[in-house]
Design a protein around this ligand. Structure first.
Ligand SMILES: *Cc1c(COP(=O)(O)O)cnc(C)c1O
Length: 366
């Protein structure tokens, strides 16, 4: 049996007619960038996330960059983030001229450890950027408490966690600002690059809105230096079709996760730990195994796709050597880098496929 890590065609075939019609409408209207289709998506997205505002932007990376620019974070500032995350989290902090200060993660959830965050606060710290990794929200109560005591902004990197819940709040609605990605592999994927910034603060929303178009309110008059962070109407049209299906897709992933969880109980495969109060959307289903690289090779031979998110912490990346966080200083992150393996979890997987993957994983660790 062949089971891919992700099969986007399986989703597309079910929505083909609706998506092509929505794209056709944009083609006929020739309103191609921002405009009514984007605004419709922004309103639906804010309602979905439970925030007052949502702003469509060009990618998840640009959402983070634009949010940091709108917060006036720059040279001389520090932003605390995990090292165990996708590059964009820290990449954007560095691009605005601030220093990414890497905190370790919790061994069980893989999310940023609030105790380590607090240890790393200095007079230069301006913000904390927790990442809701793999679809499970970070400990936002503890993070917000720290932020409140030290007067810091909390920007959620929710790229992997649209729709995730924690104690009654959704990802993006638990911090000051939320950043989303609609990269095709995320739970809500566009047909190219797309992203969004959410907030409840009208002035921050307005500043991001101007930032998105080179800091300009009226054409050719610029209040500050922004960028081109605009969202295409075709992407918004696709997202408008997909958003109403998102909850059902989350449920499909959670159903598959439950099958895996049962199969891996009392085995050498450590299934994901979901903290009390959390409701994961399983953007990834990530297990820990010893001899991870061999397990991955064996799975490939059995026709099963898997991937490593992430093989190297950001603190060990060449480009962040100047930050000075040495190997050995984030032990929980470094161990996770050696042990994690993401398995197929997309909602259209058939039960027999999930069971086959589970069997092959168990056979590979034996
Ligand atoms: C995908 C992702 C991003 C970046 O999103 P793009 O749309 O690819 O730019 C940022 N942070 C995390 C944690 C991600 O998974």
């Amino acid at each position: 049996m062949q089971v891919k890590l992700l099969d986007l065609t399986a989703q597309y075939v079910n929505l083909r007619t609706d998506i092509r019609k929505a794209i056709d409408e944009v083609c006929d209207a020739q309103s191609l960038i921002l405009g009514p289709t984007v605004e419709r998506f922004e309103a639906a997205l804010a309602a979905y996330c439970g925030t007052k505002y949502a702003l469509g932007v060009s990618s998840g990376t640009d959402a983070i960059l634009c949010a940091l620019m709108a917060l006036d974070i720059g040279p001389g500032d520090e932003v605390i983030c995990p090292s165990f995350t996708f590059f964009a989290t820290a990449g954007c902090i560095a691009r605005v001229g601030a220093i990414p200060v890497f905190a370790d993660i919790q061994a069980d959830t893989f999310n940023i450890d609030p105790k380590d965050v607090e240890r790393r606060i200095t007079k230069k710290t301006k913000a904390i950027m927790p990442v809701h990794l793999y679809g499970q929200m970070a400990d936002m109560e503890a993070i917000n408490d720290i932020a409140c005591r030290h007067d810091l902004k909390v920007v959620e990197d929710a790229a992997q966690a649209i729709g995730a819940r924690r104690n009654g709040k959704r990802a993006c609605a638990a911090g000051y600002a939320g950043c989303l990605s609609f990269y095709p592999t995320k739970n809500l994927g566009a047909f190219g690059d797309a992203g969004a910034i959410t907030t409840n603060d009208p002035s921050f929303h307005e500043k991001c809105r101007l930032m998105r178009v080179h800091g300009s309110g009226h054409q050719y008059f610029h209040k500050f230096v922004g960028g081109n962070f605009r969202l295409d109407a075709i992407q918004a049209a696709v997202l408008n079709v997909k958003l109403p299906h998102l909850e059902a897709w989350h449920e499909g992933r959670r159903r598959n996760a439950a099958i895996y969880d049962a199969a891996f109980a009392n085995s050498a495969v450590k299934a994901p730990y979901i903290a009390p109060g959390n409701w994961s959307i399983y953007n990834q289903y990530v297990v820990r195994v010893a001899n991870r690289d061999q397990v991955k090779d064996k799975l490939a031979k059995a026709g099963v796709g898997s991937a490593v998110y992430y093989p190297l912490g950001l603190h060990e990346q060449e480009c962040f050597a100047y930050v000075g966080t040495k190997r050995g200083s984030l032990p929980v992150t470094e161990q996770a880098c050696r042990e994690v393996l993401a398995l197929p979890i997309y909602p259209e997987l058939k039960e027999a496929e999930v069971r086959y993957v589970a069997e092959q994983v168990l056979a590979a660790v034996r």
